[in-house]
Design a protein around this ligand. Structure first.
Ligand code: WTA
Length: 645
């Protein structure tokens, strides 16, 4: 497969960028010609950000799985689509060719059909990183059901909330998942999530860990039995093929929940055609993908990075995508390097938090690893500090691999700002330039485009985007108004990212982090309001305030200030109780790193918590806490500052 839209020089990038702005319809139409459509579009783009309403390729008919699988079969059927590396390096590797992927996805689509799943139904997927997770996702897409993957680290309560919000009727899960030295009992978490649930009709359970599970008659079925039955059915008809559902360009493809600044996660909705075009286009261009390259994205498919750059983008480009079940530090901190050598990985895409954590083990785990297959490195999820960037460059890339710093979000579907590997220049800590079709700008709090430059010639402001790219979110599930107020209302006619950024005179962007009450902990988005809600559920907690503080490995750590009425209790025990409560309500990823018990919180006379002061205290600032004269009780600040943990 070759990619006529592949950008191979800086001049070509500049040219493409210019054209994409002058005539977006012409530009994206030309890119879209490289996909397989049942019927082409009537209209390339129509949009307004005030509702918001965005439509790309409307009138077109397609199925994304025909693009990710079927169209590759004739010439690349025997080529690996997915190479799976198990948690335990002693266990057998699995290589899934495009032919095999086709068969399994068709079988699973039949399984879904047999269990009553129809186009448009919501299917929740809660699995570990096994190839069956990819079959489940693509099986949904093939039948036109909307998948909603939930990361394996979320608790029963979080799952229950998401099932309810999506009105999901089906679940695909595993008995358990292996992650490093741990077995995570996924099915049992699902069972807890289903207590009181009224919408779920069927639960399909894949056997991975052989941990005992309870199977409820009439509701729970085994993946293996269902797949065999489906295979028989399909074979009876002579060939294994499950005809893909014909989808409208704008039909929803999936929901993925993500944190915002309110207490409740939002179900970000992506649609079929635009998402397909964007993830493929960006995969090929950002990573400079060459046919035959082995691509290894270390993310979990429970997050958007895995959706777009393990599954949809690479497969649609006919690439080989490595999928890893385990964690970077097990059985030792050389695991990524072993995988790179074992499969001769060419492109490695990971998160700054993983790099920092591996850096902490020193260079020992790199001894004896060749890493000579590597051509391109990438990072995603949070700003990368220069120290980590250089470590990655010197020790992993041996100074010969371009590093792409890719900025994007769940809501953007794919990469929006990044250098293109080996094509446009990289710069440590900078995501650099926007992809064709992306028009970022920086505004001040009033929404005026920032003009002033600092002494370095940098502009600084809130990062917005002026016009839609094909994979912009279409809505938040079940609540379009929420989508509008969250992303399109802060500044009229702009998509607001929630991030702050700098821009230099050449137009390069450096993302500085969130400007709203959202934390980025190990590259995972966590809303402070969600953590506060969870803490406040603990008996005895009167009120709490959560802020982020710089953390060497996680990027940001979670610092909670808690007013606890149980003043005579054992503080250490209460602290543990609170951690347990957060684990129950959200999941272990949201556990505060530090909890400080306080007698009061700094509030304005109108009752608003002054987080800026708490943030400074959490960061270790003692002197310069800013103006505290407007506080109801200014004395509380000194007291809190003294008690910092
Ligand atoms: C942050 C992950 C700096 C940012 C794909 C964004 C980044 C949030 C970068 C989205 C980067 C992502 N440099 N910050 N290269 N990439 N971020 O939805 O704050 O999990 O808003 O999507 O991660 O996180 P999400």
């Amino acid at each position: 497969m070759s990619y006529p839209y592949q950008i191979t020089s800086l001049e070509q990038y500049q040219e493409a960028y210019k054209k994409s702005l002058e005539d977006p319809e012409k530009f994206w139409q030309a890119v879209a010609e490289n996909f397989q459509w049942r019927k082409k579009w009537d209209n390339v783009l129509s949009w307004n950000f005030s509702q918001p309403k965005v439509e790309w390729f409307s009138g077109a008919k397609l199925n994304i799985t025909e693009n990710c699988i079927d169209r590759h079969l004739a010439v690349m059927g025997d080529k690996p689509a997915i190479i799976w590396e198990p948690n335990n390096p002693e266990e057998r590797t699995r290589v899934v060719t495009y032919n095999r992927l086709h068969k399994r996805v068709c079988q699973f689509a039949q399984v879904l059909k047999n269990n009553g799943v129809k186009k448009g139904d919501r299917v929740c997927i809660y699995m570990g990183m096994v190839p069956e997770l990819a079959y489940a996702i693509l099986g949904c897409a093939r039948i036109g059901a909307i998948h909603s993957v939930i990361f394996g680290g979320f608790s029963a309560q979080s799952i229950a909330d998401r099932l309810d919000d999506a009105q999901a009727e089906f679940i695909v899960t595993c008995d358990g998942a292996y992650r490093g030295g741990k077995d995570i009992p996924l099915k049992s978490v699902i069972d807890d999530a289903l207590i009181g649930n009224k919408t779920i009709k069927k639960v399909i359970v894949y056997t991975r860990t052989r941990t005992p599970v309870s199977m409820i008659k009439g509701r729970d079925v085994w993946w293996e039995d269902e797949m065999l039955f489906a295979e028989d059915q399909l074979e009876k008809e002579g060939t294994i093929n499950f005809p893909a559902a014909e989808m409208d360009a704008e039909d929803p493809l999936f929901i993925l929940y993500t944190s915002g600044s309110t207490g409740k996660p939002k179900g970000v909705v992506h649609s079929c055609a635009g998402y397909m075009v964007w993830t493929t286009y960006t995969f090929v261009n950002v990573f400079n993908y060459q046919p035959g390259d082995i691509h290894f994205c270390t993310a979990d498919i429970g997050w958007i990075t895995g959706h777009s750059y393990i599954v949809y983008g690479p497969l649609s480009a006919g690439a080989t995508s490595v999928m890893f079940e385990g964690i970077p530090t097990w059985p030792d901190a050389g695991r990524f390097w072993d995988i790179v050598d074992k499969y001769k990985v060419n492109i490695l895409y990971t998160a700054p938090t993983a790099i920092r954590s591996l850096m902490g083990f020193g260079n020992g785990p790199l001894q004896g690893k060749h890493l000579d297959s590597l051509k391109i490195l990438g990072t995603v999820g949070e700003p990368i500090n220069e120290e980590a960037w250089h470590w990655y460059d010197e020790n992993v890339g041996k100074k010969k691999c371009p590093i792409v710093d890719t900025w994007w979000q769940t809501e953007t579907g794919g990469i929006l700002i990044s250098n293109l590997a080996g094509v446009t220049p990289s710069r440590p800590g900078w995501a650099t330039l926007p992809l064709p079709g992306v028009q970022p700008l920086l505004v001040d709090d009033q929404g005026n485009e920032v003009q002033d430059k600092d002494e370095n010639g940098y502009r600084k402001g809130n990062l917005c985007i002026k016009a839609p790219w094909p994979s912009i979110l279409r809505t938040t599930y079940g609540d379009h108004e929420r989508c509008r107020t969250n992303y399109f209302a802060a500044y009229p006619n702009l998509y607001f990212t929630g991030d702050g950024a700098l821009q230099d005179e050449a137009g390069n962007f450096r993302i500085t982090g969130r400007v709203d009450d959202v934390l980025n902990v190990s590259g995972h988005r966590i809303g402070t309001a969600e953590v506060e809600n969870a803490i406040n559920m603990h008996a005895g907690v009167v009120e709490s305030a959560v802020v982020g503080y710089p953390h060497d490995v996680k990027g940001q750590g979670i610092y909670a200030f808690v007013i606890d009425s149980n003043t005579h209790g054992d503080e250490e025990l209460t602290r543990k109780d609170i951690l347990q409560t957060v684990t129950r309500i959200i999941g272990p990823i949201a556990k505060p790193d530090k909890i400080q018990f306080v007698n009061g919180l700094p509030k304005t006379r109108s009752g608003k918590i002054m987080r800026r002061i708490l943030r400074k205290i959490a960061e270790g600032e003692t002197e310069n806490l800013g103006d505290i004269t407007t506080l109801l009780d200014p004395a509380i600040v000194a007291e809190i500052s003294k008690g910092r943990v």
